[in-house]
Design a binder for this molecule. Structure first.
Ligand code: CO
Length: 134
C-alpha cells in the first residue's frame, strides 16, 4: 500500500531561522514559504535528491503543531509522509484494521495540492503518519 517517502516534516519555532539554517549552513535548496491556513501551518520544502524535508511553523490560533512545539520548544520531527496510489482505498483498509484517522476522516488538500490524511501516532509507534495520494 505504501509508496515512496514523500517527505519528513520538522516542526520549528522560527521558520525564517530554520530556512536560513537549511539554506546557508546545510547548503540545501529551500522553497518559498507557503501559508496553509486550513492546516494551521506555514511550510517550506527543502528539496533533496531523493525526498523532501518539510519545515513547519505554527500559523494562527489553535495550530495543530502548537502543543508539539510547547513540548519541544526547539522543534523536532513531527511526521513522516508516505505516498499512496488511492487515499480512499488506503483509508478504508486502515480503518478496517482499527487504525484511527485524524479529523473527520475525509482527505484535505495538502501543500502539494493533493489529498492528504493523518493517522494517529499511538497506532504507529509514536509517529504521526501523513498519507498523500500521488
Ligand atoms: Co507533511
Amino acid at each position: 500500500m505504501l509508496g515512496r517517502v514523500n517527505h519528513v516534516a520538522i516542526a520549528v519555532p522560527d521558520l525564517v531561522a530554520a530556512v536560513a539554517s537549511y539554506r546557508d549552513t546545510l547548503g540545501a535548496t529551500v522553497s518559498a514559504p507557503q501559508a496553509l491556513p486550513e492546516h494551521g501551518v506555514t511550510v517550506v520544502f527543502v528539496e533533496l535528491p531523493n525526498t523532501k524535508v518539510e519545515l513547519l511553523e505554527a500559523l494562527g490560533d489553535g495550530s495543530p503543531i502548537a502543543a508539539f512545539l510547547e513540548k519541544n520548544p526547539s522543534g523536532g520531527m513531527h511526521h513522516i509522509c508516505y505516498e499512496v496510489a488511492d487515499i480512499i482505498v488506503a483509508r478504508d483498509r486502515l480503518v478496517q484494521a482499527g487504525a484511527r484517522v485524524l479529523g473527520n476522516g475525509e482527505p484535505k488538500v495538502g501543500a502539494h495540492g493533493k489529498p492528504v490524511l493523518f493517522l494517529h501516532p499511538k497506532d504507529f509507534f509514536g509517529t504521526l503518519i501523513e498519507l498523500e495520494q500521488v
